[in-house]
Design a protein around this ligand. Structure first.
Ligand SMILES: NC(=O)c1ccc[n+]([C@@H]2O[C@H](COP(=O)([O-])OP(=O)(O)OC[C@H]3O[C@@H](n4cnc5c(N)ncnc54)[C@H](OP(=O)(O)O)[C@@H]3O)[C@@H](O)[C@H]2O)c1
Length: 312
């Protein structure tokens, strides 16, 4: 599995849910298709998607690409849990079961490699937890997925239900600017359980590469409007400075900052990979070239230069 694997959230395009921006603006299908083709040819063959990315559109694009390259050549993950439809809750069992079948149809396959619960909000008093776990594991027994997974933006939330869900693979948020993977206890628990680990949004949606000079907002429907860090001049300056230090320290690497911020996450978790939002062929080429592990001393240095007490 490629250390920097491919995330397809952006392929769904811009979108809103309950007035919140939940997608990515400025994406077109031709670019998404090209990114998938290049990723496959450069051996980036772990692809992550979800039913909710563009209301199934990202899955359709992935399905189309799989038809061309051969389903069996890609480790394929998708997620269920953020498309509620008309149900009272995201994890209403019949809705979940329908969503899983719809994902398989769009992806053009009878089985994915990993099917995740997309988040850990199981309603008041975890009313929907048992049902969601039953549907997930039933999908595995029915051969609709090889492995089951669990995800959330909060590592604490994953820890709380880890034993109950009993996943094979965990997908937490982790980036060097706000890293609670270790402090939450999730790192230790995953190691004890021998779970696979897939970190998402390792670049903080591009911000940690140090390419922004000032607070930035995006077109309607772009999730980055929801992350306060994109509007925080002090944080952007701090990240710019940290990125500059990485360019100097790792000047012998082809993509010093990309390599630094992802390598620092992978160094302490041998069974992990990071899902980078590779929305263009250029992003894919950088990710393919940046898959160099960091030494412990370098990883600790990177974590220290990006950490900013009190940052959002
Ligand atoms: N389980 C969950 O709840 C969850 C949540 C979020 C994400 N995910 C998964 O994780 C994947 C990655 O998340 P993400 O897109 O937020 O994360 P990211 O990898 O932190 O950021 C991706 C963005 O960074 C920029 N970028 C990427 N490579 C670059 C390069 N080489 N040079 C310059 N800029 C580059 C691009 O934006 P610009 O070019 O526009 O700057 C790109 O869209 C998603 O696609 C999805 O599969 C899962």
């Amino acid at each position: 599995m490629s250390a920097l694997s491919l995330g397809t959230w952006a392929f769904g395009g811009a979108g809103q849910d309950d007035g919140r921006d939940v997608g990515w603006a400025g994406q077109d299908d031709a670019t998404s298709r090209a990114a998938l083709r290049v990723a496959h040819s450069l051996e980036i063959r772990h692809w992550d998607t979800a039913d909710v990315y563009g209301q199934g559109h990202a899955e359709e694009l992935v399905g189309e690409a799989l038809k061309a390259v051969g389903r069996e050549t890609v480790f394929l993950g998708t997620k269920v849990g953020w498309d509620r439809g008309a149900a009272d809750h995201y994890y209403e069992p019949r809705t979940m079961a329908r969503q899983i079948d719809a994902s398989l149809r769009r992806l053009g396959t009878e089985t994915v490699d990993v099917l995740y619960l997309h988040h850990c909000d199981f309603g008041p008093e975890d009313r929907y937890l048992d049902g969601a776990v039953d549907v997930l594991h039933a999908a595995k027994r029915a051969g609709k997925t090889r492995f089951v997974g669990l995800s959330d933006w909060s590592c604490e939330a994953i820890v709380r239900v880890l034993e109950r869900v009993n996943p094979d693979i965990v997908q937490p948020l982790r980036d060097v600017s706000r890293d609670d993977f270790v402090s939450s206890g999730l790192a230790r628990r995953c190691a004890q359980r021998d779970d696979g680990v897939v970190f998402f949004s390792p670049l903080r949606h591009g911000l940690l590469l140090g390419k922004y000079r000032e607070p930035t907002s995006f077109a309607v429907g772009d999730y980055r409007n929801e992350d306060p860090a994109f509007g925080d001049a002090g944080f952007i300056e701090h990240v710019g400075h940290a990125a500059q230090q990485c360019r100097q320290r790792f000047s012998d690497l082809p993509h010093p900052v990309l390599n630094a911020v992802t390598g620092a996450l992978l160094e302490d978790t041998p069974n992990a990979c990071a899902l980078v939002g590779q929305r263009t062929p250029r992003h894919v080429r950088s990710a393919a070239a940046a898959q160099v592990a960091l030494a412990s001393v370098d990883a600790a240095w990177v974590r220290a230069v990006f950490r900013q007490p009190g940052a959002c």
